[in-house]
Design a protein around this ligand. Structure first.
Ligand code: S5P
Length: 250
């Protein structure tokens, strides 16, 4: 049984600065928990970030669902991230050609590049779509047709693990997916974040499917659990996911 490397040991193998920073932070903070902050007002987002900040390594945001997004919000959110030492992952899921993605990333109302540490892109247009976004960008790949192959039911179980997703992982090093075959044991330089996690397996009534922290971290060898609606039990998720490293079943 291959030994599971500590997150800190993997920092030197990371593919870019964002990956290295994240692995170091996880080790130092002893947290492999990310919270999906799916709230609709700035006030709720800031309150949530401040409350879960000490527990998490990454706050995952969808700022385009906020009814009152402003630059002021991003400044306040950054301050909370510095205070509690977590990274901000805007789950934007870009899906266009490189020139367009660059404009969407840097401009528009959200100016994501200015305040997020990590963002992500679908690999539908191929891995080149995020290559124009600069060396410093903490870009995470989502599977090339993740719109169908996400954590909800009805996804297409096909050969879609190939192509863009793999190539982009090689270049960008952070991977967000629920059911991809890659695991940390074989790819310790990559970071694998998995959404769709709650205390017990099951789902919501709109097709979301949940796994437990043990399933994700120990059985499937992922690195970070992303918990949204289950955050009421943040402390429990954090300790369970952290301890599950020791019970790895490769
Ligand atoms: O395949 C996916 C990919 C993502 S990023 N399935 C997901 O659920 N997500 C996101 O994870 C989704 O957009 C939401 O922000 C979070 C899951 O939230 P929960 O409330 O179901 O835990």
């Amino acid at each position: 049984k291959p030994k599971r490397l500590a997150y800190g040991e993997r920092a030197v193998l990371a593919q870019n600065a964002a990956g290295k920073k994240l692995l170091d932070l996880m080790e130092q903070k002893k947290s492999n928990l990310s919270v999906a902050a799916d709230v609709t007002t700035s006030e709720e987002l800031l309150k949530l970030a401040d409350a879960v900040g000490p527990e998490i390594c990454v706050l995952k945001t969808h700022v385009d669902v906020l009814s009152d997004f402003s630059e002021e919000l991003t400044v306040k959110l950054r301050a909370i991230a510095e205070k509690h030492d977590f990274m901000i992952f805007e789950d934007r899921k870009f899906a266009d050609i490189s020139n367009t993605v660059s404009m969407q990333y840097e401009g528009g109302p959200f100016k994501i590049v200015d305040w997020s540490d990590i963002t992500n892109a679908h690999m539908v247009p191929g891995p080149g779509s995020i290559d124009g976004t600069g060396e410093g960008a903490g870009f995470a790949a989502t599977c090339r047709d993740e719109l169908q192959r996400n954590s909800s039911t009805g996804r297409v179980p096909s050969s879609s693990r190939k192509n863009g997703c793999g190539q982009s992982r090689l270049r960008h090093g952070i991977h967000l997916h629920k059911s991809c075959a890659w695991a940390q044991a074989a790819n310790p330089g990559f970071i694998h974040m998995t959404p769709g996690v709650q205390t017990s397996a099951g789902g919501d009534d709109l097709g979301q499917q949940y796994s437990t922290p043990e399933n994700v971290i120990a059985d499937r060898q992922r690195d970070i659990i992303i918990v949204g609606r289950g955050i009421m039990h943040a402390g429990w998720y954090r300790s369970n996911a952290w301890e599950s490293q020791k019970n790895s079943k490769p």
